[in-house]
Ligand binder design. Structure first.
Ligand code: SF4
Length: 439
């Protein structure tokens, strides 16, 4: 195996990204910086002999950790056999388990934590980073017409089941000017839909401006001419800045869409989760959001099987789903994570009960989704086209975010291009797909 750490030219750099959209954003920064320094880069492709490979890992819950470790081990074998030039592992898994990983997988050349994209770039290029605007560079890894904008790093919330604050640190907002500049550059490069992400977007501004400024930021970004849709993800229910709903309702380019993970509804569970919410407050915030913006689509995610969750707690959650009829719902089963506050509790809900509760919740939501989709038949809606498949176009309404929500299907004969906006007439619907014709 070639001597480690020698700063030879990296050859082509292939990157593999695991985990969430925030990780994808970091990978775009690394590849953008390397490409800006003249390095040949590739993403999620089979490494070629002689490549340098970077794995951007996820450390959130066990299944994600296992996927990251399996990926590293398969590349460590290639490194040991000299098939790849260098192996760099970065991201959340390193933040959590660096010591153990370094001992167990010596083939890895560099272990670099999360929020250290500059360090990754600097490891692979000869000239110092500080004299050129590498931080402005991103190599888009999403289709050209939509992109993510990470507005802050880290999280200050105390959620009992979550290890993210340990991996990503305290909440750090990026200045509005810098974000608007980046959004404008993305728009100039063809982005028409910008998706606002962070661990907790509603906390934006509290650290650097002493007050919540998400509404100001959304307004400033939505005013950027070429952008047509601005979409908000990862809102936190406690202390939700209601002015966001006002700017969303008023500004035609801000999607009437809100992703607000609620995690649960039963007060005893919410208290042990340290979410700062109650059952009553959870119903209230959904009512308030809908009063302030009746046309809004609400997406939420729930966690079932948290320590101590009783059948009655779960039935309360099911009743909430049946009653509030949210538009988009995701569900996770609780993962007992070392280092989290909840790790001190007994993981007392059996796995099969966790699974059956998750399945029951999604089955209830599937019926609701079907009824809501059926109600759209006959409506005219703006749609963005994402890609063309053999038998037709796949697009989305403003109520659907890429990768996680519903889709719209149009005939292949439609003359159009990815990123085009069309007004369509909805002709048919099933739980998760609408069928439509251009108007
Ligand atoms: S808001 Fe809670 S669940 Fe989300 S990243 Fe922060 S601590 Fe984790």
């Amino acid at each position: 195996m070639e001597e480690k750490n020698k700063k030879a030219a990296p050859g082509r750099v292939t990157m593999i990204t695991l985990g969430c959209a925030k990780n994808l954003y970091d990978s775009e920064k690394v590849l953008g910086g390397l490409a800006g320094a003249g390095v040949e880069v590739a993403h999620d492709t089979e490494p070629r002999p002689g490549d340098t490979v970077i794995v951007n890992t996820c450390g959130f819950i066990r299944p994600a950790q296992e996927e990251s470790i399996d990926t590293i081990l398969s590349l460590a074998e290639a490194r040991r056999r000299g098939r790849i030039r260098r192996l760099i592992v970065m991201g959340c898994l390193v933040e959590r388990f660096a010591d153990t990983l370094q001992q167990e997988i010596p083939e890895v050349d560099h272990w670099i934590g999360a929020n250290k994209t500059d360090e990754v770039i600097q490891r692979l290029i000869s000239r110092p980073l500080d004299n050129w605007h590498h931080h402005l560079l991103r190599r888009p890894l999403t289709p050209r017409h939509y992109a993510y904008l990470k507005i802050a790093e880290g999280c200050d919330r105390p959620c009992a089941f979550c290890a993210i604050p340990q991996m990503r640190g305290r909440f750090r907002s990026r200045p509005i000017e810098e974000l608007v500049q980046e959004a404008r550059r993305m728009a100039d490069q063809g982005v028409r839909e910008l998706i606002i992400i962070a661990q907790d977007t509603t906390y934006y501004g509290l650290d650097i401006y002493g007050k919540r400024r998400l509404a100001d930021l959304l307004q400033a970004i939505a005013d950027i001419a070429p952008l047509q849709w601005v979409r908000l993800h990862y809102a936190f229910p406690t202390g939700f800045p209601m002015e966001v709903l006002e700017v969303m309702r008023r500004h035609p380019k801000i999607c009437n869409y809100l992703d607000i993970p609620l995690q649960h509804v039963a007060t005893p569970v919410l208290q042990r989760m340290r979410r700062g919410m109650t059952e009553e407050k959870t119903y209230q915030i959904i009512d308030t959001i809908r009063q302030k913006n009746p046309d809004i689509a609400i997406r939420s995610t729930f966690l079932v099987g948290f320590p101590g969750e009783t059948e009655d707690d779960f039935q309360r959650l099911l009743r909430f789903i049946e009653t509030t009829r949210l538009d988009r719902v995701g569900v996770f089963t609780y993962s007992h994570e070392e280092g989290t506050h909840a790790f001190q509790y007994a993981d007392d809900v059996p796995e099969e009960v966790k699974e059956s509760r998750a399945a029951a919740l999604m089955e209830t939501q599937r019926t609701i989704s079907y009824e809501k989709q059926q109600a759209l038949i006959g409506r005219r809606l703006p749609v963005i086209l994402d890609h063309r498949e053999e038998n037709g176009w796949i697009g989305r309404t403003e109520y659907d975010s890429p990768e996680v929500d519903n889709e719209v299907w149009l005939p292949a004969a439609v003359e159009a291009a990815p990123g085009d906006f069309l007004t369509v007439h909805i002709t048919a619907a099933d739980e998760y797909t609408l069928t439509a014709m251009p108007v």
